[in-house]
Design a protein around this ligand. Sequence first.
Ligand SMILES: CC(C)(COP(=O)([O-])OP(=O)([O-])OC[C@H]1O[C@@H](n2cnc3c(N)ncnc32)[C@H](O)[C@@H]1OP(=O)([O-])[O-])[C@@H](O)C(=O)NCCC(=O)NCCSC(=O)C[C@@](C)(O)CC(=O)[O-]
Length: 299
Amino acid sequence: MPLPAKVRLVEVGPRDGLQNEAQPISVADKVRLVDDLTDAGLSYVEVGSFVSPKWVPQMAGSAEVFAGIRQQPGVTYAALAPNMRGFEDALAARVKEVAVFAAASEAFSQRNINCSISESLQRFVPIMEAARQHGVRVRGYVSCVLGCPYEGEVDAAQVAAVARELYEMGCYEVSLGDTIGTGTPGATRHLFNVVGAQVPRPHLAGHFHDTYGQALANVYASLLEGINVFDSSVAGLGGCPYAKGASGNVASEDMVYMLQGLGIDTGIDLERLIAAGQRISAVLGRATGSRVARARNAC
Ligand SMILES: CC(C)(COP(=O)([O-])OP(=O)([O-])OC[C@H]1O[C@@H](n2cnc3c(N)ncnc32)[C@H](O)[C@@H]1OP(=O)([O-])[O-])[C@@H](O)C(=O)NCCC(=O)NCCSC(=O)C[C@@](C)(O)CC(=O)[O-]
């Protein structure tokens, strides 16, 4: 397939990136990060999660973060909601878009949200119904699409079945998560071929972690399969609390650099994005995970 002229980036740094941090990060620092990202031109930012603070303590202040950000027109500010309690909390925080998250592996589903895949899908049904009533858009995630930390290999047909259920229940887009970053470009192409037969490709997105250094290659493989929405994380922040050893998402800066090199428009100002990544890396007290930012800083 020819490369797309445009790609939409879903910035997941403030949520997927920060959820794994053990050190406290203030609401002010989170707000500043979200505002920096939208100032850099990101049109979609996942701001936080309405999940149990016992399970993911770092996301406890998500309502305050939503209250503090400078919401810009044309930008989507989203949050994760695993159940009706999370959806209602999101609604109270005036969130206009939520994401529900399922997994392609039973063991990961149990560890992440304490229920089976089928129970999780049933939990999402009332969320979809309430979301329709309140005009809230719902995005879906499937985790462990190219490998599971507990079960190993995951069948693409199983990913397709879960993705299809999410799509059919009303998720306008389903993001396929390579949670532990074990996927390679051939496996990624195979995955999108199998899932693309069940869910139209314009409704699929790629979510690649860089644990094995394959993320950008997997993005490129996905582009060749007609996928043009990708999740990424500024400064390569992150990991998953329920996938030990998983490193961050592909860095947003590296994505933008590669896409610009391919002549693909993202609408993002790379220099401002690098500055946003530098600021949050300083807050966290460590070097950025973006190779592009590191190279630019060395110049
Ligand atoms: C789903 C639950 C809540 C089930 O957790 P549970 O313990 O089975 O829930 P429960 O219904 O039995 O309730 C237990 C307690 O939690 C409370 N509770 C119940 N729901 C909520 C809520 N929404 N917000 C706040 N509190 C909540 C509830 O009120 C109760 O409080 P208590 O009576 O004990 O004081 C829990 O497992 C959970 O929060 N899991 C979240 C895990 C998570 O956030 N993981 C990271 C995101 S997924 C990810 O990163 C992957 C992704 C998307 O990026 C893609 C990829 O890379 O793969």
